[in-house]
Design a protein around this ligand. Structure first.
Ligand code: AMP
Length: 424
């Protein structure tokens, strides 16, 4: 047999990376609890039709789609929102509103693999359904701020926009939805000339081109400029006003927004209102992003239910933490290696390991039957903190030898005090 490697774009997360990933997942889950989001677990495989309905051409073309043995066309989820919208239109449809859900897990997109871009990656997803009020949108940004802060990231920046500005202009110019989507998709990739080629009306074109020039350092000023620039396009004006409201609430909520983008689009097609992303300067790709999607639940046969949400890219958050050498990653519980000095001490070593674990201390038993110096060498190599050496002489006094593997010194410690001393 040949030796096997993971499929292109797939990764094994070995101990250190897996630990970092579960740390970030834990922080996302803690954030969900603090903000009142209930966790739901949905399948990785969903009907292709559900996932493709409103995800947009870009994501649709990158889905892992296949027929199952029952001849159903299914796909691996490329994101969570469609699954949650499915729930909101079926099992959760009679739940009192607002409905706040949290999900975490792997998602799949056939992206070109590179740093921070994989074909299997992990997201934490927060959805808030049942209201179109701007405080719901502000909450998405505030909880993202909290997650970034709590994993220890610094200098992260929020970028905000409103999809209703561009759609408002295009709709009033009678540009059909399909063409709107194609325009937005090109804008998402910053291919503005390509996007503008699809616009026929001169007035519309000049408004869109002019929008590119509206950015100023002050985010409130940019929002105000957008509003006056789109004068005459009433839905675009309303959208700009809504963006201003959200901006005000986010700022009052204690989070700073670094930029407002007049021409901002995101890959997903279901957005109807606010869209936003969060970045760190060291990494040119978004750590998370989200926005408002007021029509999706209705499209899946549910009651008309306005909704907003955010997905955080956990692999990229881990990458960002490594780049910024974030302190929480360094914090790890003490690890103890328990070594019996000989065959007859194995049972005692097992018992003492159990005592430590009962106290919440990570204890690994030497199971390779190695001689003491070999066992200690191994513990050193694996960067364990202490070795607890279980020998007859000390046991008679109800004690063991505790060796500090970093300092290379050792003392005799009473078993009754062992956990306390290691914790200290
Ligand atoms: P989206 O579902 O497109 O809004 O993406 C939400 C977040 O998922 C992004 O901001 C990224 O952090 C992350 N993400 C998207 N695509 C990838 C990918 N191919 N690899 C790793 N992370 C990704």
């Amino acid at each position: 047999m040949p030796t096997f490697q993971p499929v292109r774009g797939m990764r094994d997360l070995l101990a250190e990376d897996a630990e970092a990933m579960t740390f970030v997942m834990g922080k996302a889950r803690e954030t969900a609890q603090l903000y009142g989001y209930s966790e739901v677990i949905t399948p990785v495989i969903e009907p292709y039709e559900l996932l493709s309905a409103k995800s947009g051409e870009e994501i649709r073309s990158r889905m892992f789609t296949f027929k199952d043995l029952g001849n159903r066309t299914v796909a691996l989820r490329p994101e969570f929102t469609s699954s949650i919208a499915r729930l909101a239109s079926t099992s959760l449809k009679n739940e009192p509103k607002p409905l706040r859900t949290f999900s975490v897990g792997s998602v799949y997109r056939y992206d070109e693999p590179q740093r921070g871009r994989y074909r299997e990656f992990y997201q934490a997803d927060f959805e808030l359904m049942g209201t179109s009020n701007p405080e719901a949108d502000a909450e998405m940004i505030l909880l993202t701020d909290r997650l970034m802060k709590t994993v220890g990231l610094r200098n992260y920046a929020f970028k905000l926009g409103h999809i209703g500005v561009i759609r408002g202009i295009l709709s009033q110019e009678n540009v059909e939805e399909k063409t709107q989507n194609a325009i937005l998709q090109r804008m998402d990739k910053k291919e503005f000339d390509e996007a503008f080629k699809l616009v026929k009306s001169e007035e519309c074109l000049s408004t869109l081109r002019g929008s590119l020039e509206l950015k100023s350092d002050d985010v409130f000023e940019t929002a105000e400029k957008i509003k006056s620039h789109v004068e005459g396009y009433c839905k675009a004006v309303d959208s700009a006003e809504e963006l201003k409201n959200i901006l005000k609430l986010v700022t009052e909520g204690g989070c700073q927004v670094q930029s407002v983008e007049p021409v901002f689009a995101r890959g997903l097609e279901y957005y109807t209102g606010l869209i936003f992303e969060v970045y760190i300067p060291e990494l040119g790709i978004a750590l998370g992003g989200g926005g408002r999607y007021d029509k999706l639940i209705e499209l899946f046969g549910g009651e008309p239910t306005p909704a907003t949400g955010v997905a955080h890219g956990l692999d990229r958050i881990v990458l960002a933490m490594q780049m910024q050498k974030c302190a929480p990653m360094m914090e790890c519980a003490r690890k103890v290696f328990v070594v019996p000095v000989n065959e007859s001490m194995k049972g005692e070593a097992l018992r003492i390991s159990q005592i430590l674990r009962e106290e919440g201390i990570s204890a690994e038993l030497e199971v390779m039957g190695r001689k003491m110096n070999k066992a200690l060498e191994n513990a050193d190599r694996r960067k364990l903190d202490y070795a607890v050496i279980v020998g007859e002489r000390e046991l008679k006094q109800g004690a063991v030898v505790v060796r500090d593997l970093a300092k290379r010194d050792q003392t005799v410690v009473e078993i009754a005090k062992l956990a306390k001393i290691i914790k200290a």
